[in-house]
Structure formats: C-alpha cells, structure tokens
Design a protein around this ligand. Structure first.
Ligand SMILES: Cc1cc2nc3c(=O)[nH]c(=O)nc-3n(C[C@H](O)[C@H](O)[C@H](O)COP(=O)(O)O)c2cc1C
Length: 398
C-alpha cells in the first residue's frame, strides 16, 4: 500500500462465497453473480426453478405474478451441468420489461423507498428509485440461494422456510413437528406456504376482507436449518458472529421489521435458568454432548451449536394500498394521495421463500468459510476431518 493511501475499511471479513445482483423491476433482466461455489457440484437447474416458482405463489398476490414465470438461465461457471470453480453468472429474465414506457409518478408512496431515494439521489422521478428498491430483485436472491442450497444439501444441511402467521392469525405452533417428513408436500399444497392447513382458511378470509377494504396484510414466517455442524460463524470478531450476519441478511429483505432467534423476545421476561439450554452427556456414538432444549435457536456466541437453527421474521403489510396514503407531490409540494401501483394484498408467503434464501446464502458463506476448498471433494474431506476432531472432545486424552 502506498504511503498515505487511504486504508480500505472492511465492514466484514471477505468470505469465500460472495454474491451480487443487478437489475430493475421492469428492466429486461435480473442478473446475479455467485463466486466461490466449489468445482464438482452437479447443478439441478429445475430445483432452482422450483424455488423461483414457489416465490411466486401465495393467496393474495397481484397481477405481476400472473405475468412472470421466473426461470433461471446459467451464463457461466459450469460445463456439462457441473460447476467448474469459476464465477457463476445467471439471469432471470423479466417478461414485464416496460421500464421505458411506464409513466413517471410524481408522488412518493409512504412505506416505500420513493421519497428517501429521491432525496438521496436528487431524483424527481420516484421510478428511478422504486425500480431497484422493488422486491422483484429478490427473485435473483432466490436463484442464487437455489444454487448454494445444493452445496449445503450435498453435506446434509436442509434449510426450510414456511409461513407462521398472517394478518393476526397464527398457525399452530407445533406445525413443524406435526408435519414431520411430509413438510415439503404440506407447504406446497398450502395457498400460504404454511404447515397448517386449518389456519389457511381463516387466512384466506382475512386476505379477502383486506382486499375488500383496499388494504394490505403483514405476517410472520419461520426458517429452520437442520444438519448444521457446530462452530459455523465465530465469536472472534463482531463481523463474523453468525447471529448478526443472519439477522442482517433477513433485515436486508424489503419490509422485514423484526427478527427473532429461538424463543426470541421471550428471553426478556424469563429467568436465566429458563432461557439457556442445558448441556448433558449425549450417549450417542461420535458425540459426547447433547442439549435438553433448543431455546437459543441453535446459536451461542455467534456460532452454530449443532442444534437446529430456528429464526422467525415479521413482515409489515405491503405499502402499496388501494385505499391511498397521504403524500406530497414532488413537483408542486401540494398534499395529495399516493398513486396505486398494481400490487399484492399480502406477500408474506413469497417473503418466507426469500427469507429461506437469505438464510441459505449466509449459512453457505459460513460453511464454506470453515470447510472451503476448491472442489466438493476437498470441502467434504475438511468436514470429515472436523467431525473426527469433534468426536474426541469430551473424551479422556490417550
Ligand atoms: C417478496 C416481496 C414482495 C413484495 N411485494 C410488494 C408489493 O406487491 N407491493 C408493495 O407495496 N410492497 C411489496 N413488498 C414490500 C416493499 O418492497 C417494501 O416495503 C419496500 O421496498 C420498502 O422497504 P422497507 O419496507 O424495508 O422500508 C414486497 C416485499 C417482498 C419481500
């Protein structure tokens, strides 16, 4: 570094796996670049397309979902369907590519990025902001996650998101346990991507009532990850704490206003003995330790404990509402009502898919940071070695 040159400050450590997206909501395409996927992974593109299709599901979605049928196209980084270790570029084309023909709104919509974005960039055209701020961008994240989850799954890690409540109606709290091995099937059959068919009917009525009232609804979802080894993430530096990375990833989704791990905000009202997870001898072969509870949600000290990861998030009701929110015209300064753009009544089911994607991306980063190699074989060897080390902990030294 030249003397006197400004030092580049890193907000977080450089991870082996990095990803980026580009593209506007009504532009020609969404683009993504994934770097750090090991060589030797057979990519099942139809699995990625299934994730993209799931992001478009949900009772209460608007007209856009009927226009778009998202599919991913891989542009680089594989040969013969197998990753080769180079960056994977991909695209998800927009069928609704009309950005240059759409009218210029003059009134910023409350609850959207419109006003803060116009102030930030000096635009008088909220479309210049909203086209990128739109949640359409999350289709590219879901595509990226559809690729990285295949790395995780190759090593026995499953990440699963599902809706847990909508418009004040809660799904049964034991939905996950009740669904058991049938969880994917039950979620796919649900109009809301929930694991509680009985709650679906009440939620359908709530959506119909909100639509009638020209309003919108928020809700909650849960993301679980199973099969994680202990020790992903780190307590060594603030930036490496997995709790912060996962929380940040979920808060990066438009409209997410709350994130909880394990028993979540309940920790504040309980005594310590009723919050922490006792460590007991396991008796299981190859693991000297077990937990009698998982109230932490699978994270301690910013690292995975080896118990299932359990995260919940709250999504606000979407801000484009037909009832019309008060706003001010950017050109005249006059009070007016926000223009209504074609919109959903609720997007919580779709958001649960995006939440699942963000968790998969962060877990894959942490997993490859710990076990990263250039090929799937090298990653597997590092994981096996670590598992061997884990077996000796809690046993007398020879
Ligand atoms: C999957 C998904 C779909 C969304 N669909 C809509 C929508 O149809 N209409 C809308 O007004 N907001 C929608 N939103 C929310 C807005 O994108 C979000 O509220 C806005 O960008 C402002 O961000 P903020 O709420 O984080 O401040 C959606 C969000 C997600 C994650």
């Amino acid at each position: 570094m030249a003397l006197g040159a400004p030092r580049r400050r890193r907000l977080r450590p450089v991870t082996r796996l990095t990803w980026r997206t580009a593209g506007e909501s009504h532009g020609p395409t969404l683009i993504g670049i994934l770097e750090g996927i090991p060589a030797g992974l057979s990519l099942d593109i139809e699995r990625v397309n299934e994730d993209l299709a799931r992001r478009q599901l949900g009772y209460g979605r608007g007209g856009r979902m009927r226009i778009e049928t998202d599919r991913v196209g891989i542009l680089s980084g594989w040969k013969g369907g197998v990753t080769i270790g180079s960056p994977i570029a991909f695209e998800v084309k927009n069928k609704d590519s009309v950005i240059e023909k759409l009218p210029t709104p003059t009134n910023p919509r409350p609850g959207h990025a419109d006003l803060a974005g116009c102030q930030k960039w000096g635009h008088r055209d909220p479309r210049a902001v909203l086209e990128r701020a739109s949640a359409r961008e999350t289709a590219a994240r879901v595509a990226a996650a559809g690729i990285v989850r295949q790395v995780l799954e190759a090593f026995g890690i499953e990440v699963f998101g599902y809706l847990t409540g909508l418009g004040g109606i809660d799904c049964r709290p034991d939905g996950w346990e009740a669904a058991g091995e049938r969880r994917s099937e039950i979620r796919q059959a649900s109009d809301f991507l929930s694991l509680d068919p009985e709650a679906d009917e009440a939620m359908r009525q709530a959506v119909d009532a909100a639509k009638e009232a020209k309003d919108s609804l928020g809700g909650t979802f849960e993301v679980r990850a199973e099969g994680l080894p202990p020790g992903l993430g780190s307590c060594a530096s603030a930036q490496e704490r997995l709790t912060g990375r996962l929380g940040g990833a979920l808060f990066s989704i438009p409209a997410i206003k709350g994130v909880e791990f394990g028993i979540g905000f309940d920790v504040a009202a309980r005594r310590g003995s009723d919050v922490h997870d006792p460590i007991v001898p396991s008796g299981a072969p190859g693991n000297a330790f077990a937990r009698t509870t998982n109230r932490s949600g699978g994270l301690e000290g910013g690292m995975t404990t080896g118990e299932p990861l359990l995260i919940r998030a709250a999504m606000k009701p979407i801000p484009s509402i037909r009832i019309g929110m008060p706003t001010v015209d950017l050109h005249t300064g006059e009070a007016t009502v926000a223009t209504y753009q074609r919109s959903d009544v609720t997007s919580v089911p779709a958001c649960s898919v995006v939440g699942e994607a963000m968790v998969a991306l962060v877990l894959a980063e942490a997993f490859l940071d710990k076990f990263g190699g250039d090929s799937m074989g090298q990653v597997g060897a590092a994981l096996d070695h670590y598992r061997g080390e884990l077996q000796s902990l809690g046993k007398p030294l020879d």
